[in-house]
Design a protein. Structure first.
Lengths: 252, 548, 296
């Protein structure tokens, strides 16, 4: 349930790789409980922006505040432990570890799930993604893309996020699997507690589950507003046409 | 008069030892500066020393024969070693080469021919100071000359980025073998000289400790300059002399120096000095407005005339990585004078396809031809593809950042008789509007200019096929336009151009044909307007609101 | 036949110590992809610590052992912070770390040399009273038996730790991919330091055994056994502790056979040739490990 409590705010964040400016002057606020879809074509800078939030990419100027605290230079593992959980592009399950070990690791390393509740949490993940129960002792490197995505999201759940950053969860997945993931983000949203979700996607499927949406194109933020106001022509323009670069001020 | 080091009195031995040591350090330098992590030089020196000793004492050979014999034997062993270890890299190569050195040591310790633990004595001390100096001067001069030649440039490229180097036609394996041989020759010569200097040889001289001394020399002197090894040897030899009171601490100081230099001055003493040299301020690029004249209308670039012959084609290429099909029976052909665009959502296999086309990957199945060559001979050998008329650029620009623009462009020129490299480089710089930047290190230039340098380097090969992997990523519209203008120029010269890009809007107005990939399959091909208006393509890109 | 059996048992004893030494190297190599040669100096200092505690302070070996392990572990952690951490993230960081570690090796060996005043020292024989045993035709001592058992226990505990505990999962994750580990909340720096500690502790224990069994301690101790430890790693493969145990045993048995059937001078030669063969023909060792760990 979206609220009007800002939980994560970015102010004029810019990120470059050497000489290449990947993200320029992004200002965005994420509110507790909402799902914000960040849509943009490839190379727009979505992954870079998410990596910048968790301090895995070198940032230029700008501010990032989480729950009032400045986390601009906080080391990555501490950001996770503070409650911003990043599910990266390509899922990055720890291949040699089994499904169960991946989930256990996530719970312990993030340190936000009390020990005695870990087993119950694992059971809940199995409930949300039934195939994982069967695969619990399989090394996760052997799973299919869709199954790995389930592990990745399950891992995020074990970390009890306050903010969940999802980087292109549907990438490379068969439609059936994408359906499973989006069912989770839609119908089973409450499994995430009051967490805010920043969902980066290439395709407009993200709009299905989002309260608000933003368009990122060539590193700059364009439209930001309720997802109902986002229509196909806006996106198609950004992707296949000449794309708007002037920002529309954020609307609540 | 030949023993002129005697003017240094009691230190003359030390100096001679130091100079010979610097020769061995040079043998280490030649491989380390190419990024090859091989350290067998102590063993190679032992081979040279012992062969020379045996020739001299047991076979009564004269000095020159003994010297040459030792040198060649060592070079030959180095070649064998290169062959034996050709598959190894990094740590494994270091371990293997240390093992080799120890094998040599234990062998000479035990074989009757080499005199066991006593070694061999009675070697005529025919090495004069003059000979030592001549050898070292020749070696240093030779290495400097080599470094300045195309060989040296190829080595630097190999060290910096061996994938990029292969695409400049550099056969990395062959160069590596050559460097091993060179290393063997230098180390062997040093060994032979030394035994004729001291009159004896014994296994204890070729220990692990010697290797650490050599490493200290190369680290201290740095691998930027050939003469660094001389400086390093000077320091290592000079230290115990300078610290006569603390003579027993010299090894300790060596060790501390190594750690400090690696941590704080990785390019060694000379390298650090070079970076402190006042840098000439780089002129800024001419105002882009002067170049891309305002009258130039946006893409008047599509040439609807007939394209030329097929110069590259692949059929039914299948490529998997760990169970995932990256390319699923993809067929593509490129024609001269035509720009073929390859587009598709993330993960659709575009870069994988380019890697197959440039020979980096060998597909599981599929056939193809590049000009007159069958692709089955080219796959896995990008340097051969490069030599066969194909050039490419990379998604993350791969240039030698520390080198100047003209050096980088020069790397792309194929060495052929009758080609004046300097003139050709100058022409290329002018044609690509880079002459103002000729002597500026590439690393300090803006992104758009760097991409232009990379394209200029690719053009230096005079390719018939040019592959461009996301050439406009991260650029502003002016830079983007610039790149596309360059491409259209190239096309008009009859080159077949294949471009992978994300900026679909620009590709629409610019490419002659488009191929669309999705999940490793080709889902559309044809004229841009037709392809981009197809429902299937639109859906592949922006998805659908529902999963119908 | 009896001779063969005796030699095999001797080889197992020797090999188990090699294996422990090798495991320390291999642990660091598998987790951080670096060749930490200074480990050899930590080994040397482990022997010196053991000597100081038993001969100068009069402790018994079994009491000194855990203390030596901790001291050696801490020394290796210090080496990590001073030599490795700073240079690892650079481009070409592996080579830089190797050279830096080499520098550290030189420094530590020299310090050992000065500490011992260049002498060769011997362990206090009272530190451990070893009784000879006979098992069938094989003669062995209680010391040897304890050595082998302790090594097996350490290897078993390490394997268990890696496979079943949270720390083990974190270590395996860091070895797989540091970025992924960080994103999950793992403190990569701390885990790496932990690996160095464990590796140093192993070296300390192995060195103590070598010191008392072969009764000679000098500044070059670690370097002498360095190449042999490398042999164990190459033959067994880097990826698993069990693999390195097997590698150590193979090397131990091979070198003992060489000494027994040929002569002691051929011992090293056999080891090195074995190593070279493996590197040329099967660089990943007997136990094939994950592709990431065998980047050849």
């Amino acid at each position: 349930m979206p609220t009007s409590d800002p939980v994560l705010s970015l102010e004029d964040v810019s990120i470059s790789y050497g000489h290449v400016s990947a993200v320029t002057d992004v200002t965005l606020t994420l509110y507790a409980g909402e799902t914000l879809a960040l849509i943009g074509p490839n190379g727009a800078g979505k992954s870079t922006l998410l990596r910048g939030i968790t301090n895995q990419a070198r940032k230029g100027n700008g501010k990032i505040r989480f729950g009032g605290r400045d986390i601009y230079s906080t080391p990555t593992h501490r950001i996770t432990r503070a409650g911003i959980v990043h599910v990266p592009e390509g899922r990055q399950v720890v291949a040699p570890l089994t499904v169960r070990e991946n989930l256990q690791l996530a719970a312990h390393a993030a340190g936000r799930c009390p020990r005695r509740e870990i087993e119950a949490s694992i059971d809940r993940v199995h409930g949300l993604f039934p195939p994982l129960a069967r695969l619990r002792n399989t090394p996760s490197g052997l799973l299919s893309g869709g199954e790995q995505q389930m592990v990745a999201i399950g891992r995020a759940l074990m970390a009890r996020p306050a903010v969940l950053l999802l980087d292109e969860p549907s990438m490379g997945l068969a439609p059936v699997m994408v359906e499973v993931i989006y069912e989770f983000l839609g119908e089973h949203r409450d499994a995430l507690g009051g967490a805010a979700v920043l969902l980066a996607e290439q395709s407009q499927i993200a709009l299905r589950v989002a309260d608000r949406a933003a368009v990122l194109s060539r590193g700059r933020l364009g439209f930001v507003g309720p997802s109902s106001q986002m229509d196909e022509s806006l996106i198609a323009e950004a992707y296949l046409g000449t794309g708007r670069t002037a920002g529309v001020p954020e609307t609540a | 008069m030949t023993e002129f080091f005697s003017i240094f009195g009691a230190y003359d031995f030390v100096i001679r030892d130091g100079i010979v040591l610097s020769l061995v350090a040079l043998s280490l330098y030649v491989v380390l500066s190419a990024g090859i992590f091989a350290v067998p030089q102590v063993g190679l020196m032992a081979v040279g020393a012992y062969v020379s000793a045996v020739l001299s004492v047991d076979a009564g050979a004269p000095f020159v024969v003994s010297l040459i014999g030792g040198t060649l034997a060592s070079g030959f062993v180095a070649l064998l070693l290169a062959g034996l270890l050709h598959r190894l890299n990094g740590i494994y190569l270091a371990i293997a080469s240390i093992a080799f050195a120890e094998i040599v040591r234990v062998a000479v310790l035990n074989l009757p021919l080499t005199g066991g633990a006593q070694g061999k004595v009675g070697i005529p001390r025919t090495t004069t100071d003059l000979v030592i100096c001549i050898v070292v001067v020749v070696a240093v001069a030779g290495l400097i000359a080599l470094k300045r030649s195309r060989f040296g440039l190829a080595i630097s490229a190999m060290r910096e980025d061996s994938l990029m180097a292969s695409h400049q036609g550099i056969d990395v394996v062959r160069y590596r073998t050559a460097l091993f041989a060179l290393s063997g020759i230098l180390a062997g010569a040093a060994g032979a000289l030394h035994v004729h200097m001291s009159g004896f040889v014994e296994p204890g001289q070729f220990s692990f400790e010697l290797l650490t001394q050599l490493l200290a020399i190369v680290v201290i002197g740095g691998t930027v300059f050939v003469t660094g090894s001389l400086v390093g040897a000077l320091v290592i030899i000079g230290l115990p002399v300078a610290l006569t009171g603390l003579a027993s601490y010299e090894a300790l100081v060596n060790g501390v120096l190594i750690v400090l230099i690696v941590a704080f001055a990785p390019s060694g003493i000379l390298g650090s000095l070079r970076s402190w040299w006042p840098v000439r301020s780089s002129p800024s690029p001419p105002d882009s407005a002067d170049e891309t004249s305002a009258e130039r209308v946006l893409p008047l670039v599509r040439d609807d005339g007939p394209a030329g012959d097929t110069v590259l084609e692949v059929r039914d290429v299948v490529m998997s990585f760990g169970g995932l099909r990256a390319l699923d029976a993809v067929s593509v052909e490129a024609r001269s004078g035509e720009v073929l665009g390859i587009i598709g959502p993330n993960g659709s296999g575009k870069t994988t396809l380019l890697n197959v086309l440039s020979g980096v990957y060998r597909p599981e199945s599929g056939t193809g031809t590049l000009l007159e060559h069958d692709f089955s001979e080219l796959w896995g050998h990008p340097h051969v593809t490069a030599q066969s008329g194909l050039a490419r650029t990379f998604q993350n620009i791969r240039l030698m950042d520390e080198e100047t623009v003209s050096t980088n462009v020069r790397l792309g020129i194929a060495r052929r008789p009758g080609v004046d490299v300097h003139e050709r480089t100058r022409n290329l710089l002018t044609e690509n509007r880079l002459d103002w930047a000729a002597d500026i290190p590439v690393g300090s230039l803006p992104y758009g200019v760097r991409r232009r340098v990379e394209i200029a380097r690719a053009l230096a090969r005079e390719p018939r096929v040019l592959l461009l992997d996301e050439p406009t990523a991260g650029m502003n519209p002016t830079e983007r336009q610039d790149v596309f203008d360059t491409i259209s120029d190239i096309r008009s010269r009859g080159v077949a151009v294949i471009v992978v890009e994300h900026d679909v809007a620009m590709m629409r107005s610019f490419c002659d044909r488009l191929v669309v990939l999705d999940f490793g399959r080709k889902i559309a091909e044809g004229k841009p307007d037709n392809v981009l208006d197809s429902k299937e393509v639109i859906r592949a890109y922006i998805g659908s609101g529902s999963l119908a | 036949m009896d001779f063969l059996l005796q030699q095999t048992v001797n080889g197992i004893v020797l090999g188990s110590v090699y294996a422990l030494y090798a495991s320390g190297f291999g642990l660091v190599m598998a987790n951080l992809r670096i060749f930490h040669v200074a480990h050899a100096a930590v080994f040397t200092w482990g022997a010196i610590f053991a000597w100081e505690l038993t001969s100068r302070l009069g402790w018994s070996l079994l009491v000194a052992l855990p203390v030596v392990a901790v001291l050696a572990g801490l020394l290796n952690v210090l080496a990590y912070f001073l030599l490795i951490r700073r240079v690892l993230h650079r481009r070409g960081g592996e080579m830089a770390a190797f050279i830096s570690s080499m520098g550290g090796l030189i420094v530590l060996v020299e310090l050992a040399h000065h500490h011992l005043d260049g002498a060769v020292v011997r362990m206090n024989a009272d530190a451990f009273t070893s009784a000879p045993l006979s098992i069938g035709p094989v003669r062995i001592t209680t010391l040897h038996l304890i050595m082998v058992c302790l090594v097996l226990v350490i290897v078993a505990v390490t394997s268990w730790l890696l496979a079943r505990t949270e720390l083990g999962r974190e270590i395996r994750t860091v070895a797989f991919d540091k970025d992924t580990a960080a994103i999950l909340g793992v403190n990569v720096d701390r885990v790496s330091a932990g690996v160095f500690f464990a590796s140093g502790a192993m070296a300390g224990v192995a060195a103590s055994f070598v010191a008392i069994a072969f009764n000679v301690i000098d500044a070059g101790l670690g370097s002498t056994y360095l190449v042999i430890a490398l042999g164990a790693m190459v033959v067994g493969g880097f990826g698993s502790v069990g693999g390195m145990l097997v590698g150590g045993l193979v090397i131990g048995i091979a070198s003992t056979y060489a000494t027994g059937y040929l002569s002691s001078t051929y011992r090293d030669l056999v080891v090195f040739v074995l190593m070279l063969l493996f590197l040329a023909l099967r660089p990943e060792g007997l136990f094939r490990t994950r592709a990431e760990l065998t980047r050849v």
